[in-house]
Design a protein around this ligand. Structure first.
Ligand code: ADP
Ligand code: MG
Length: 260
């Protein structure tokens, strides 16, 4: 019998990430490895650094120490001897296009229709012709259950529909990884399921996902790895049945007792 090793670089690698805002240390030495095609769910109390960690992954926040790589490529910086040097803004924007980001508040362009929102980046970057990008956008919208809503403006869509447009838009960039920051927190409870279901479908396609959420049942079903962040540190991580059902650390137990 042979054991197959995955020799590809990690889809996401965060090494010794440290970030402070003034006197407040928000990331206090975070190490995180996400293998290609895997789903990592990050849980943790408000203020524990979850959003800062996601924002650091696509260099919306600059780390004070440590670094992030996506598929083996350092993000936002390049090695210069034994130091890291900030890349020019233009290069950072190029890198960021390969990292999808789905926000709590959808962040759609209000003056563009659903199909235009999804096709905007592929057209702007020249990744596809206008006709190709629009055809692909229609397919992606159908894939998240929005066939027939192509020409609706965001203000005419429910929160759950807007978030599904945002997911289709993230997929349209064909990113190596998609980051989700509490994608269902702004939704009315009856709309949460349709968005989680779209994310679940995406997970089954083998796209690498990093998802911050308080939806514990969803995490149990979809995550390969659950990470509990508290006070800017990873307190516990492992497969869902371990972290969610048999947490070892008292802080994990206390947090789960509040959200479950
Ligand atoms: P979470 O997403 O887990 O709720 P955040 O990463 O948003 O936590 O924030 C962690 C801490 O960092 C919080 O105390 C927050 O107030 C603080 N913080 C986040 N961004 C900034 C900023 N730009 N300036 C100052 N403090 C910030
Ligand atoms: Mg947050």
């Amino acid at each position: 019998m042979t054991i197959e090793h995955d020799t590809r670089p990690a889809a996401v690698e965060v090494r010794e990430a440290v970030k402070s805002f003034g006197a407040l240390t928000v990331l206090d030495g975070v190490d995180l490895i996400v293998a290609p095609g895997k789903v990592t769910v990050i849980i943790g109390p408000s203020g524990s650094g979850k959003s800062t960690l996601l924002r650091a992954i696509n260099h919306l926040e600059k780390l004070d120490q440590g670094y992030v790589s996506i598929n083996g490529e350092p993000i936002g910086v390049r090695r210069h001897g034994d130091r890291l040097k900030e890349l020019p803004e233009r290069r950072i924007l190029e890198q960021r296009k390969r990292i999808g980001f789905v926000f709590q508040n959808f962040n759609l362009f209000p003056h563009l229709t659903a199909v235009q929102n999804v096709a905007e980046a592929p057209i702007a970057t020249g990744a596809a012709s206008r006709a190709e990008a629009l055809a692909q956008a229609r397919d992606l919208l159908a894939g998240v259950g929005l066939a027939g809503k192509e020409h609706a403006y965001p203000r005419h869509l429910s929160g759950g529909q807007q978030q599904r447009v945002a997911i289709a838009r993230a997929i349209a960039q064909r990113p190596g990884v998609i980051l989700f920051d509490e994608p269902t927190s702004a939704l009315d409870p009856e709309l949460v399921g349709e968005v989680l279901s779209a994310i679940k479908d995406l997970a089954s396609t083998g796209t690498t996902l990093v998802i911050v959420t308080h939806e514990i049942a969803f995490a149990r079903e979809v995550a390969d790895e659950v990470v509990f962040l508290d006070g800017g540190r990873i307190v516990e991580q492992g497969p869902p049945h371990q972290v969610l059902d048999q947490p070892q650390h008292p802080r994990t137990r206390e947090f789960l007792s509040k959200v479950l």
